[in-house]
Write a protein that binds this ligand. Structure first.
Ligand SMILES: *Cc1c(COP(=O)(O)O)cnc(C)c1O
Length: 379
């Protein structure tokens, strides 16, 4: 075996030992919520396509029409090959939806965050970031070269302490957080962070990947990023803000400048999906309603988003629990470190607008035995 493979083999064995090795499982999506794996059908509670828009006929047709009109690929970076006219429509619709002056669309949410943070702050600047912020925000922070410090999850007092102590040692300061935390489902105290930021001459960036289209929240922070791959049902990412912010990002964010533009069909489907999100309030309210139905049934803290975690702790136990749920016909992912902190491996449920009440009730019955002791004692 060549030396590189020997080394990787050794590292892989270590991962397997710690139940941290990951295997991609071939899965066919049948419709909005049903999937087939190894020939068996499951109801999926592990998909971020909250509104089922990836399967929506209007959205699919928009993509098909765009392929017929423009072809499959986009050819080069937006700055090199020219900007497909669909970008302008999508960006102005996003800005209107988020009530900002402008928006910039990137290749993905990941690319948005690493590109935006590194474009705005750098050496000599300070970043304060929530400890539970998404991995790609952390990657953007690291890439920027700015000094960064973490505050514990949603701890605005601690954030303010850090500002009080260190703000003056740096030129610019950016506070970064998820708007809806992707592995816990709770929301960030954005208004309070914004208030503190103003007091200390700092800026706020929120990542609303799991909020857009499902958690109704407007905020007045300077930089609001998100993804087109979750409730919007397609692919791509965006950042919304002032006109000058967006123009600056378009010409300096490296993950936009040096990466090929999205396929036209992806832009067209996002435009169609956003139109549905803007007009169908009943649909966009359903995922959170379903999540709340689930947390009510199990007497858990009321869901704040369509994401509900049940913390198991041990990695192997979380995997076993997911396997048991599978035996009952439910596809639920066990989330393990490093995605979540050590000893907090969990089952992570995501609720769709298309899940039926009976299905959720049946899931709750199966899940009940994995609840922390508090609930078991009540029975
Ligand atoms: C999913 C997610 C992203 C990444 O978005 P992609 O479009 O999938 O790259 C970024 N931030 C958060 C909080 C997410 O949950």
């Amino acid at each position: 075996m060549p030396p590189i493979d020997q080394i990787l083999q050794h590292r892989t064995e270590e991962l397997v030992e710690k139940s941290l090795f990951r295997i991609l499982k071939e899965t066919y999506r049948k419709n909005e919520i049903h999937v087939k794996r190894d020939g068996i059908e499951y109801i999926s509670f592990s998909c971020n396509d909250y509104l089922g828009l990836s399967q929506n006929p209007k959205v699919k047709n928009a993509a098909i029409d765009a392929i017929k009109k423009y072809g499959v690929g986009s050819g080069a970076s937006r700055l090199v090959t020219g900007n497909n006219p669909l970008y302008k429509i999508l960006e102005s619709n996003l800005a209107e939806f988020k009530n900002t002056e402008d928006a910039v669309v990137f290749g993905s949410g990941y690319l948005t965050n690493i590109g935006t943070i590194a474009a705005i702050v750098g050496k000599g600047d300070l970043i304060l970031i929530d400890k539970w912020a998404h991995a790609c925000l952390i990657d953007g922070v690291r890439l920027s070269g700015a000094k960064f410090m973490r505050f514990s999850n949603n701890n605005t007092d601690q954030c303010e302490e850090l500002l009080k102590k260190y703000r003056n040692d740096y030129q610019n300061c950016l506070i970064v957080t998820d708007a809806v935390f992707s592995m816990d489902g709770h929301v960030a105290p954005v208004a309070e962070l914004s208030r503190i930021a103003k007091k200390y001459d700092s800026w706020v960036m929120t990542d609303d990947a799991h909020g857009l289209g499902v958690v109704n929240k407007t905020s007045d922070v300077e930089i609001q990023s998100g993804t087109l791959s979750k409730a919007v049902g397609g692919y791509g990412g965006y950042v919304c803000g002032s006109k000058i912010l967006c123009e600056y990002i378009r010409s300096t964010a490296r993950s936009l400048v040096y990466s090929t533009a999205l396929p036209p069909a992806t832009l067209a489907s996002a435009i169609a999906a956003l139109e549905i999100i803007s007009s169908d309030k009943e649909l966009t309210e359903m995922p959170l309603k379903n999540a709340k139905y689930f947390t009510d049934l199990l007497v858990l803290d009321k869901a704040q988003s369509p994401i509900v975690p049940i913390i198991i702790g041990d990695e192997k136990a979380a995997l076993d629990a997911a396997e048991k749920l599978k035996d009952s016909g439910f596809l639920v992912t066990a989330i393990r470190p490093p995605t979540v902190p050590k000893d907090s491996a969990r089952l992570r449920f995501t609720f769709s607008a298309l899940h039926k009440r009976e299905e959720i009730a049946k899931l709750a019955d199966v899940v009940r035995c994995y609840l922390p002791n508090k609930q078991e004692k009540n029975e």
